[in-house]
Design a protein around this ligand. Structure first.
Ligand code: PHE
Length: 523
C-alpha cells in the first residue's frame, strides 16, 4: 500500500531506500527493509500494477568488534583515557592498566597509542602525552554504521576491512513506476468463474488471476512401495513373463530335515551350527516328515545309494527334527519339489505343486507323462534368516530370490543359457560363471556381473544342478534334472538406489521421504 500511495502521489519512486516503512521513523535504507519491499514489488508487478528495475549497491556493515568500538571508542583511545596526564605526579604501571581496561585493549591499544604519540613513559609507569585526541577509528565506524560507507573513500574503507572492523555487504534498491493495471487499491483477482458472476454479469468487468503454467503441481499423496518391494515386483514380473509360478514360502520356520537333510547337506555341515543358524527353543522339535521319504533320505546320507557313496557318518534323528528359522528359501523349493514328485511316487497328485506346475508352464509341457512327472518352473522371493555378525551390509534377516526348473534331460547348458536370459531381463548384460561348491548341487556355479559404477565384477548369485542324492529319494525318474539358483534382493536394491548402509534400507532408520521419492526401478 505504501508503494501504491507513493506512486499515486509522485508518479514514480526513484529510490526505494527513501521509503519510510509503516512503524518506522527512518527511511528503509537497510538490507532487510529492501527485502521486504522487494516482496511487495514482486506481488504488485505480477498483477501488472507496477514495474521496477533493480540497482545493485555495495555497502559496509560493522563487525561485532567494530560495533563495540563505535560505542566505546578504539582500544588506543580507551588506553589514553585510562591514563593520568603527564606532569600531574602520578602514572600507571602496565599491570594496573591491564586491570583497568582488560588485557586485550591494553595490549592492542598501547601499541597504537605509542605510535600516535598519545601516551609515553614516566619512570616505570605510563602517562598521557597528548592533551586531547581525536578517535578517528570511532568516528569512521560511526559514519559507516549510519551511511554504509565513508566519505574519506575506498582507502579508508580498505583499512577498516583489514582490521576486521567492517565487512562488505552487497545490497539492492529499486526504482518503481506505474503500469497498466495501476490503482491505489489491490483488488484480489478472481481465480474461478462462479454462477453468481455469470448471472450478475460481473464476470465482464472482473479481473482474473493469470494461469501460471510454470507452477509445479502438488506432489500426489498416497502410499508408496518400499524400494525392496519395488525391486521384488520387478523380479516377480520377469519370472511371470518367463512362465514361472510362485511357490508358497510363508513357512519361515522349517525343520533341519527340509532346510538341510532333504538337500543332502551333511548333518555335520558347519552351516548347521548355532553360530550360523537360529534354532527355536519352544517348540524345539518338528513333526515327523513323511516316513518313507525320511527313511530314503537318512539312508542316502548314512550309506549312500542312487550311485552315491553317501557321507558314511552316523545319522541323527534329533538333528533332523530341530526347528529353525530357514537359512535359505531352497528349503521351500525342496518341499515343493517333493510335492511335485507325488505322482511319480504313485501317490495322489499334490494340489499346490500341481497347480503351480499347470499355471507356470505351457499346456503341452505341463502335461504329465506316463511316470506321473510334469515339468515345472517355480520361483519365490522371500525372507531368510542367518546368525550373521551385523554390519553396514549384513542383517540377520534378508530376502532371497530363488528359481528352480524341473524337466527331463536338462543340462548345465540349459542353466547357463537360462541365467543369461534372466539377468539380461534385469538389465545385467554381462555375466560370468565360476565353479563353486554347494552340498546339494553338482556342478555349482557362482554368477558374477560386471558393475559399471563400481567397475568390477561382483557376485550376484549362486546356482547349480540339483544332485541325484536329493532328487531321486523324492521319487523323480533318473532323467528328470532340476536346476536352480538363488540371488539376494537387498544387494541389487542397494546398488540401484545408491544406498551403502543396509540400515537406510531396512528397519526403523529408513526415511519415509526416501521411500516416497525413490524412482521406479530400472536395473
Ligand atoms: N541356496 C543357495 C544360497 O543360499 C542358492 C541356490 C539355490 C544354489 C538353488 C543352487 C540352487 O545361496
Amino acid at each position: 500500500q505504501l508503494v501504491l500511495d507513493t506512486l499515486d502521489k509522485f508518479g514514480t519512486i526513484q529510490d526505494t531506500r527513501a521509503l519510510v516503512l509503516p512503524g518506522y521513523t527512518e527511511p528503509a535504507a537497510s538490507h532487510d527493509s529492501q527485502i521486504i519491499i522487494l516482496g511487495a514489488l514482486n506481488s504488485l508487478s505480477s498483477r501488472d500494477m507496477i514495474s521496477y528495475t533493480t540497482q545493485e549497491t555495495v555497502s559496509h556493515v560493522l563487525t561485532p568488534e567494530g560495533a563495540q568500538i563505535a560505542v566505546q571508542g578504539s582500544h588506543e583511545a580507551r588506553v589514553w583515557q585510562a591514563l593520568p596526564h603527564k606532569g600531574e605526579g602520578s602514572s600507571m604501571t602496565p599491570k594496573q592498566l591491564e586491570e583497568r581496561v582488560g588485557s586485550e585493549t591494553a595490549k592492542i591499544g598501547q601499541g597504537r597509542a605509542f605510535k600516535n604519540k598519545w601516551i609515553g613513559k614516566e619512570g616505570d609507569g605510563l602517562v598521557r602525552l597528548a592533551p586531547s585526541i581525536e578517535d578517528i577509528t570511532q568516528v569512521e565506524l560511526r559514519e559507516v554504521d549510519s551511511t554504509g560507507t565513508l566519505k574519506a573513500g575506498e582507502k579508508a574503507l580498505a583499512e577498516l576491512r583489514k582490521r576486521k572492523l567492517i565487512v562488505q555487504r552487497k545490497g539492492q534498491w529499486f526504482t518503481v513506476k506505474k503500469e497498466s493495471a495501476f490503482s491505489t487499491s489491490i483488488s484480489k483477482p478472481e481465480t474461478d468463474l462462479t454462477i453468481d458472476m455469470l448471472t450478475s454479469n460481473s464476470w465482464k468487468t472482473s479481473t482474473y488471476k493469470k494461469y501460471n503454467f510454470e507452477a509445479e503441481g502438488l506432489p500426489p499423496s498416497g502410499g508408496a512401495l518400499h524400494p525392496l518391494l519395488k525391486v521384488r515386483e520387478e523380479i516377480r514380473n520377469i519370472f511371470l513373463e518367463m512362465g514361472f509360478a510362485e511357490m508358497p514360502t510363508s513357512s519361515f520356520v522349517e525343520s533341519g530335515f527340509w532346510c538341510f537333510d532333504a538337500l543332502f547337506v551333511p548333518q555335520q555341515h558347519p552351516a548347521r551350527e548355532v553360530q550360523d543358524t537360529f534354532y527355536l527353543s519352544d517348540p524345539a522339535e518338528s513333526k515327523a516328515p513323511p516316513k518313507a521319504y525320511y527313511e530314503r533320505v537318512s539312508k542316502v546320507h548314512e550309506h549312500g545309494g542312487y550311485g552315491s557313496t553317501g557321507y558314511r557318518a552316523p545319522w541323527s534323528d534329533a538333528e533332523s527334527r530341530k526347528l529353525l528359522l530357514r537359512t535359505h528359501t531352497t528349503a521351500s523349493s525342496a518341499s515343493m519339489l517333493y510335492k511335485l514328485a507325488a505322482k511319480c511316487r504313485g501317490e495322489e497328485a499334490d494340489q499346490s505343486a500341481d497347480a503351480a506346475a499347470a499355471h507356470g508352464s505351457s499346456a503341452q509341457a505341463s502335461k504329465e507323462d506316463d511316470s506321473g512327472f510334469r515339468p515345472a518352473k517355480l520361483f519365490s522371493v522371500d525372507r531368510v534368516f542367518r546368525n550373521e555378525t551385523m554390519d553396514a551390509t549384513h542383517l540377520a534377516e534378508f530376502h532371497q530370490v530363488e528359481g528352480v526348473v524341473a524337466d527331463r534331460g536338462l543340462t548345465l547348458a540349459d542353466l547357463i543359457g537360462f541365467m543369461r536370459v534372466f539377468f539380461n531381463k534385469m538389465g545385467i548384460k554381462n555375466i560370468r560363471f565360476k565353479p563353486a561348491y554347494n552340498p546339494y548341487t553338482e556342478p555349482s556355479l557362482e554368477i558374477f556381473a560386471f558393475h559399471p559404477q563400481l567397475r568390477k565384477w561382483v557376485e550376484v548369485g549362486n546356482s547349480g544342478m540339483f544332485r541325484p542324492e536329493m532328487l531321486e529319494p523324492m521319487g523323480f525318474p533318473k532323467d528328470v534334472h532340476v536346476h536352480g539358483w538363488g540371488i539376494g534382493l537387498e544387494r541389487p536394491t542397494m546398488i540401484r538406489y545408491g544406498i551403502n548402509n543396509i540400515r537406510s534400507l531396512v528397519g526403523h532408520k529408513v526415511s519415509l521421504e526416501s521411500v516416497e521419492n525413490s524412482p521406479a526401478v530400472r536395473f
